[in-house]
Design a protein around this ligand. Structure first.
Ligand code: SAH
Ligand code: SF4
Ligand code: F3S
Length: 445
């Protein structure tokens, strides 16, 4: 059968979709480029904000028309929204054939095959079975792919008061170091040069789900980084997202000393106000957060930071917001994912009476976006006149003479292609000018 998968949400969902694709192709199915040519439509969904849910529901709703024309069409919803609402979704979307939660994704091929024999609704939403091994399948790694995502943990135990993830992804579990190393080795054998390690809280890897931050000399995540750094042929290691409290001295030291671990670190802040951080159930203060940033800056001179911030959390005042804005400027984040707070049913923050009005959220969001733009432009200018080592990705989409690659900080660099350069090459580029989004330069020997 021809299967079309559309993914919403975070990288973990992208990774799950890729694993599903891999499992389906291994069973003899093929992937469709468009919804029209497919026999099966699968929507891998997100619940983190209201908008994410509405987008997916809208999209699946529209597919009712296609199904009327093509009654054999199989339509399924998987992922976080499937886990969150389960059978309820069938009320609004009665044309859907299956709903599969986050812990049952490995059953997607079986369900599809059953549905092609007999049409009964399948709703599989259970808690937290261990699907880690099946989910290690990759799709298209022998297809000149130089980049791959590798899930190292699943689930989350932190229960930040605004967040639905612990409810839809279940309790935190870590894979074994040996299994991850084996997976990465196989990827590298197939040409992968850069990996992105994924987890809701990667820095808590291997701690058995304990929410108490470890001692300064403890970090199983650092042990994993050491082993991955030893893999010959692997060039770059990135990770997302770590919760700040697990940045022990041991981890900071590993990031600073392991050459393959990249110099751009995503460290979710959420708010710069201690009062709001506490209400968010984030287990650190602004000062403790800055302490980690400063240790990293001291041990890695070229380090850059990215972060996640929520504006308009319930009871956030102008002073709280000003504290966030000041902290963002003080750290000098070069990238930030800025979100307007969205109440999630069943989470403690949604029950707080004093919700911030939508226009205040919009206003605060705009202010931070503008600050970020200015910081990014200023930061890009600091690269002009320097030489950067980049990992080549391939021709740019608009102009095939121009190729692109990334610096260790994750900056996109455009350069003119030369003989012998291929995806995965490591080259030096002298940066000549920049835009808001990219750097431009010429190859140097
Ligand atoms: N595990 C990751 C975050 C996963 S969710 C971490 O803790 O770093 C990605 C981001 O979405 C969060 O960092 C947060 O900034 C944002 N987010 C989560 N719940 C939200 C909500 N209810 N409203 C708005 N943004 C939210
Ligand atoms: Fe959500 Fe907090 Fe877990 Fe991140 S650490 S997934 S924000 S509960
Ligand atoms: Fe969304 Fe689920 Fe990721 S809720 S952000 S897809 S873990």
């Amino acid at each position: 059968m021809k299967i079309y998968i559309k993914t919403y949400g975070c990288q973990m969902n992208e990774r799950d979709s890729e694993a599903c694709s891999g499992m389906l192709v291994a069973r003899g199915h093929s992937l469709a480029e468009t919804e029209k040519e497919a026999d099966v439509l699968i929507y891998n969904t997100c619940s983190v904000r209201d908008q994410a849910e509405r987008k997916a529901i809208g999209k699946v709703g529209i597919m009712k028309r296609l199904k009327r024309k093509k009654p054999d069409l199989i339509i399924g919803i998987m992922g976080c929204m499937a886990q969150n609402h389960g059978e309820e979704l069938l009320k609004e979307l009665p044309h859907v054939d299956f709903i599969i939660g986050t812990g049952q994704l490995h059953k997607v091929p079986d369900i599809i095959e059953e549905l092609s024999n007999e049409r009964v609704k399948h709703v599989l939403v259970t808690e937290n079975p261990d699907v880690l091994d099946e989910m290690a399948t990759h799709y298209a790694i022998d297809n000149n792919q130089i980049f791959a995502q590798v899930a190292i943990t699943r689930g989350c135990n932190r229960f930040c008061s605004y967040c639905i993830v612990p409810y839809v992804r279940g309790r935190e579990i870590s894979r074994k170091i040996a299994d991850i190393v084996k997976e990465v080795n196989e990827l590298v054998q197939n040409g992968v040069k850069e990996i992105l390690l994924l987890g809701q809280n990667v820095a808590a890897f291997g701690l058995g789900g304990d929410v108490n931050p470890p001692a300064p000399d403890v970090s199983p995540f650092a042990d994993l980084l050491v082993e991955l750094n030893d893999i010959e042929g692997l060039e770059r290691i990135r990770f997302t997202s770590p919760y700040p409290s697990y940045f022990t001295d041991k981890l900071i030291n590993a990031i600073a000393t392991l050459p393959k671990v990249c110099n751009n670190i995503q460290l979710p802040l959420q708010s710069g106000s201690d009062r709001i951080l506490k209400k968010m159930n984030r287990q650190y203060t602004a000062e403790q957060y800055l302490e980690i940033i400063n240790k990293l800056k001291k041990s890695i001179p070229e380090v850059t930071f990215a972060t996640d911030v929520i504006v308009g959390f319930p009871e956030e005042t102008d002073e709280d917001f000003a504290a966030t804005r000041d902290l963002l400027n003080e750290v000098g984040f070069v990238n930030a994912y800025l979100f307007k707070y969205s109440p999630r049913q069943g989470t403690p923050a949604a029950k707080i009476a004093d919700q911030v009005p939508q226009e205040v959220k919009e206003n605060r969001h705009q202010i931070l976006l503008e600050d970020l733009k200015q910081r990014t432009v200023a930061h890009n200018k600091t690269f002009v006149g320097t030489t950067q080592q980049i990992l080549v990705e391939g021709p740019s989409k608009r102009n095939s003479e121009r190729w692109t690659g990334k610096t260790t900080n994750g900056k996109h660099v455009m350069f003119t292609w030369q003989d012998g350069i291929q995806p995965g090459s490591i080259i030096n580029v002298a940066i000549k000018h920049c835009s808001t989004a990219s750097l431009f330069g010429d190859i140097v020997e």
